[in-house]
Design a protein around this ligand. Structure first.
Ligand SMILES: [Zn+2]
Length: 502
């Protein structure tokens, strides 16, 4: 097929194929399959598509788009891969490159999982607007289709569409533009925590983690975060913490509500792993038990680094006092500090405490510091979000005043404004906890007209201040605007300014 489109960032291959049909003006789904795959039986798969080899053949070599890149950047395999043994991933990839007759869904565990794949396609309406503005067309993005993801971390609730993924659409790759966008899905605040964790999986590279490594990780994890009852895992405490963190409303309909029986998946997660658990089960357990402090990408990095046959060091687990009620005063204090600070900043604030721990609890210190990450998603109830909101809002107001006077400042988009803040990561990840900041960002961020108008007015004031003669062309040049680029409202504004002059 000539001129097969290259995928946009985060675009699903499903979507690229749909756009290829639009670009070529191909209205028949069967003929599109013929042209792209030379095979009319290909099923339009969103998450783990096959026949990827046929797609790479559409691209000139110079683009260097091999099957590896297409699979890791434009399918949902990265969501599942870190939780599977490496042999399984190799097999999956092989099937995706060629064909599988549904084997990918069996091998990835999707078919057997408590967490079902989405049965229809979803979108973030605001992201669609941005795509249209940036690329002139829209596309289906990966994050929206991940099971249980209900929000766009930047914009809020996703919207369902009328595109259902079985039945009549089986062999059709439907472009976003053809979809009817339905109402936004119901969400609760904690949904965004899940989305942020799921989004991390899309940027993690993992060659798979073995069952033994996961077994070791969860032993270590229970130990470090105080979920031991003597030498045993405290399953009751784990259960209560998970239920409380996510809340009944969130759990409903996820298929992940842990039961109290001995066969509960949550209990199995802390025993010897004999089968793989889904990404969602890992996210649910890790976020809740670390109170939001551990990111799933940190967990994967940590687990991958564990030795294949690592039986926990008996010295560490038996003699070192780890469970919360057995920690000494210094350890309790350090543990508390890490919930709000990175290890580095805790070290800088409390050097003496750090030195004592280094001397007396060296192994413990290294392990717990390894768990902590300065960028981790902080969902700590002890954070005073209201105070933080006020503080950041003040900074935002100050930055805005400076920037709005600066003729050289670029368009004050939400992203640009956010990036001017000292705590930009906090704001990006927790905007829903910062109502003042959110409101100010909405107020201060400029669209194109506002941006041009600001430049025009600033240029005018500057020229006036320097007693320069104001002509249409000189004003435009100072403002960096041109007739072609000005929006209609700015043209009107310019006219008024010039009339004022005469
Ligand atoms: Zn969005």
């Amino acid at each position: 097929m000539l001129g097969f489109p290259t995928p946009y960032p985060e675009e699903l291959l499903y979507s690229t194929i749909a756009r290829a049909g639009v670009h070529a003006g191909e209205t028949s789904p069967k003929r599109l399959l013929d042209q792209v795959f030379a095979n009319r039986k290909v099923i339009a798969t969103v998450d783990l598509p096959c026949h990827v080899q046929a797609l790479t053949e559409q691209y000139p070599e110079i683009l260097d788009l091999d099957t590896q890149k297409l699979i890791s950047r434009h399918t949902l395999l990265p969501v599942y891969a870190p939780f599977l043994p490496s042999e399984r991933i190799a097999k999956l990839k092989q099937w995706m490159v060629e064909k599988s007759q549904g084997a990918t869904h069996l091998a990835s565990g999707i078919a057997a999982s408590r967490v079902k794949a989405k049965s229809r396609l979803y979108v973030c309406v605001e992201c669609l607007k941005e795509q249209k503005y940036r690329y002139g067309e829209c596309y289906w993005q990966r994050l929206w289709q991940i099971p249980l993801v209900k929000t766009c971390p930047r914009h809020g609730p996703l919207n369902a569409t009328n595109i259902e993924l079985d039945g009549e659409h089986r062999h059709r790759f439907v472009p976003v533009e053809e979809a009817e966008i339905l109402s936004p899905v119901d969400v609760v605040a904690i949904d965004n925590v899940f989305s942020l964790q799921a989004a991390q999986l899309l940027v993690v590279t993992s060659n798979g983690v073995s069952f033994n490594q996961w077994t070791s990780f969860y032993k270590e994890f229970a130990n470090n975060f105080g979920f031991m009852n003597g030498p045993k895992i405290d399953h009751a405490k784990i259960h209560a913490t998970v239920v409380q963190f996510w809340g009944a409303t969130w759990h409903k309909g996820t298929g992940l509500s842990p039961s109290n029986t001995d066969t509960s998946w949550l209990k199995a997660l802390f025993r010897k792993h004999r089968k793989s658990f889904s990404f969602a089960e890992h996210i649910v357990a890790v976020s809740a038990l670390s109170n939001g402090a551990l990111s799933i990408s940190d967990v994967i990095a940590r687990t991958s680094s564990l030795a294949e046959n690592s039986e926990p060091k008996s010295q560490f687990y038996n003699h070192e006092l780890c469970a919360e009620n057995q920690m000494d005063e210094d350890q309790v204090q350090w543990n508390g500090l890490l919930k709000l600070n990175s290890p580095k900043s805790a070290r800088q604030q409390y050097p003496a405490l750090y030195a004592r721990l280094y001397r007396n609890h060296h192994d413990w210190l290294l392990t717990i510091d390894g768990f902590s990450h300065s960028d981790s998603v902080a969902v700590n109830k002890r954070v005073d979000w209201e105070a933080r909101d006020r503080l950041i809002a003040r900074e935002l107001r100050y930055k805005y005043e400076q920037l709005s006077k600066d003729l050289n400042a670029p368009q004050l988009s939400r992203t640009f404004l956010t990036h001017q803040l000292d705590q930009r990561a906090t704001v990006e990840k927790n905007l829903y906890r910062l109502p003042r900041c959110s409101k100010l960002l909405g107020l201060y961020s400029e669209n194109t007209t506002e941006y041009q108008a600001r430049r025009l007015v600033r240029a005018y004031l500057e020229m006036k201040e320097h007693h320069q003669e104001i002509r249409r062309w000189s004003l435009l040049r100072r403002a960096g605007l041109s007739d072609e680029r000005m929006t209609d409202s700015v043209v009107e504004l310019l006219k008024e300014i010039l009339i004022e002059q005469t």
